[in-house]
Design a protein around this ligand. Structure first.
Ligand code: PLP
Length: 389
C-alpha cells in the first residue's frame, strides 16, 4: 500500500545520498575514470581525487593524512581493525575486550577470533546503555592486546565514554578501536582528544554512497591486512580504489563538518519533540537508552503489549519507515541483543521501535508521526493477545 506522504525515519539503517555528493561523484564514473595507480594523466586525476578525500577525512577527525585507509564499508573497517590488530599482535597476547551491545560487525568478528585461539571479554552495560570505564579497567589482563568499544550504539543511540576508555587503554599500552559508524557526522570526534588508535566509519550512514568506508589507523599501530594483492592503501587494503565512492565519502564528510553544530541542535530538538510526544500521548511506552549522552537522531521506544513488527508494518502503510532493531537483525525474529543487554524481557524487546532522523527530516514529518502513531498503537492493542490493552 502506498500513501502520498513519505516520512523516512530509518537513517540508522541507511540515508539518501545528498545531491551535492552525487554531483561530486558523477564525473568519476565517466570522464575522470582513471585507475589511481596509473602514471598517466587520467590516473593522476583519480589519485588526486582520492588524496583530496583523504585530506578531508583527516581534517575532520584531526588525524594525519596517511592515517586514513579507504575500505568498502563500516563492516570491512571493523574487520580490518579487529582481525588486523589481533593477528599482528598475537605474540604479545590473545585477549580482547569488547561490549555486549556492539554491532554484529564487531561481535561476529570477535566470535571468529575466539575460534582461532583468542579470548574475548564481553562487558555488560548499565540499564540505560553505558559501558562502565571501571568494568573496562577490571577486565584488563597482562595479555590484553585490544579494546573495541563502539562510539555510539546503533539501536539505542547511547554515547560511550570513549575518551576515558581511550586514556585507560593508552596508559596500559593496549590498542583502542572504536566503531564510530553511527557517531560520525552527529558528534564532534577528535581522535587525538579521544585517545583513539583505530576508528571505523561508513559512507551510507552520513548521506554518502553505499559500498565505501574508512578506517582511521594511528601511525604507530600495526595491522595484518585482510586483503592481499597490489598493495593499495599503504599495503593494508589491496584492490583498485573505488574512486567515485571515495570522492562521495569525502564530500559527505565535508558537508557534515560544515553544518555540524546547527545540525546537532536541529536534530536534538526534533528527536525530543518525537520522544516527548510519544511518551506523553501514548500510554505504556518507555524510552530505551539514556536520555542524556544520546545521539541527536535516535529515539528507541518500547510499546508494551504489542509486537514491533506490527507497528512497523502499520506505519509503513501510512508512508512512515522505521525499524524494529538494527538493520541487519530486523529481519530475524530474535530479540535484539542490545535491548536484552539493557535488561529488557524478550517480549519488551519485541515491542520496540527505533526511529532515526536525518538531514532532511522536518518538524512536519515528526508531527505526522505523532498524529498517526496513537491510533495505530490503540488498534493493535485492541487486537493484541498479549494481556493488558
Ligand atoms: N557498525 C555500526 C554501529 C553500524 O550501525 C553498522 C551498520 O548498520 C555497521 C557497523 C556496518 O556498516 P556498513 O553497513 O557500512 O557495513
Amino acid at each position: 500500500m502506498t500513501t502520498e506522504r513519505q516520512v523516512y525515519l530509518d537513517h540508522g539503517a541507511t540515508t539518501p545520498v545528498d545531491l551535492e555528493v552525487v554531483k561530486a561523484m558523477l564525473p568519476y564514473f565517466t570522464e575522470r575514470f582513471g585507475n589511481a595507480s596509473s602514471l598517466h594523466t587520467p590516473g593522476t586525476i583519480a589519485r588526486e581525487a582520492i588524496e583530496n578525500a583523504r585530506g578531508i577525512l583527516s581534517k575532520f577527525l584531526n588525524s594525519k593524512e596517511d592515517e586514513i585507509i579507504f575500505t568498502s564499508s563500516g563492516t570491512e573497517s571493523d574487520n580490518l581493525a579487529i582481525k588486523g590488530a589481533a593477528f599482528k599482535n598475537q605474540d604479545k597476547g590473545r585477549h580482547i575486550i569488547t561490549s555486549s551491545i556492539e554491532h554484529p560487525a564487531v561481535l561476529k568478528t570477535c566470535e571468529f577470533l575466539e575460534k582461532h585461539g583468542f579470548e574475548v571479554t564481553y562487558l555488560p552495560v548499565s540499564r540505560d546503555g553505558f559501558v562502565s570505564v571501571d568494568d573496562v579497567k577490571k577486565a584488563i589482563r597482562k595479555d590484553t592486546i585490544l579494546i573495541s568499544i563502539m562510539y555510539a550504539n546503533n539501536e539505542i543511540g547511547t554515547i560511550q565514554p570513549i575518551a576515558e576508555i581511550g586514556k585507560l587503554a593508552r596508559e596500559k599500552g593496549i590498542i583502542f578501536h572504536t566503531d564510530a559508524v553511527q557517531a560520525v557526522g552527529k558528534l564532534k570526534i577528535d581522535v587525538e582528544k579521544d585517545n583513539i588508535d583505530l576508528l571505523s566509519l561508513s559512507g551510507h550512514k552520513i548521506h554518502g554512497p553505499k559500498g565505501v568506508g574508512a578506517l582511521y589507523k594511528r601511525k604507530e599501530i600495526q595491522l595484518e591486512p585482510l586483503m592481499h594483492g597490489g598493495g593499495h592503501e599503504f599495503g593494508l587494503r589491496s584492490s583498485t580504489e573505488n574512486v567515485p565512492g571515495i570522492v562521495g565519502l569525502g564530500k559527505a564528510i565535508e558537508i557534515c563538518g560544515k553544518n555540524m553544530n546547527s545540525e546537532i541542535q536541529r536534530m536534538t530538538k526534533l528527536r525530543d519533540k518525537l520522544i516527548d510526544g510519544i511518551l506523553r500521548n501514548i500510554p505504556d511506552t518507555r524510552l530505551n537508552g539514556s536520555r542524556k549522552n544520546r545521539l541527536p537522531n535516535n529515539a528507541n521506544i518500547t510499546f508494551s503489549h504489542i509486537e514491533g513488527e506490527s507497528i512497523l508494518l502499520s506505519l509503513d502503510a501510512k508512508g512512515i519507515s522505521v525499524s524494529t532493531g538494527s538493520a541487519c537483525s530486523s529481519k530475524s525474529l530474535k530479540p535484539s541483543h542490545v535491548l536484552l543487554a539493557l535488561g529488557l524481557k524478550p517480549e519488551e524487546s519485541h515491542g520496540s521501535i527505533r526511529f532515526t532522523l536525518g538531514r532532511f527530516t522536518t518538524a512536519e514529518d515528526i508531527d505526522y508521526v505523532l498524529e498517526t502513531l496513537p491510533e495505530i498503537v490503540k488498534k493493535l492493542r485492541d487486537l493484541s493477545p498479549f494481556g493488558k490493552k
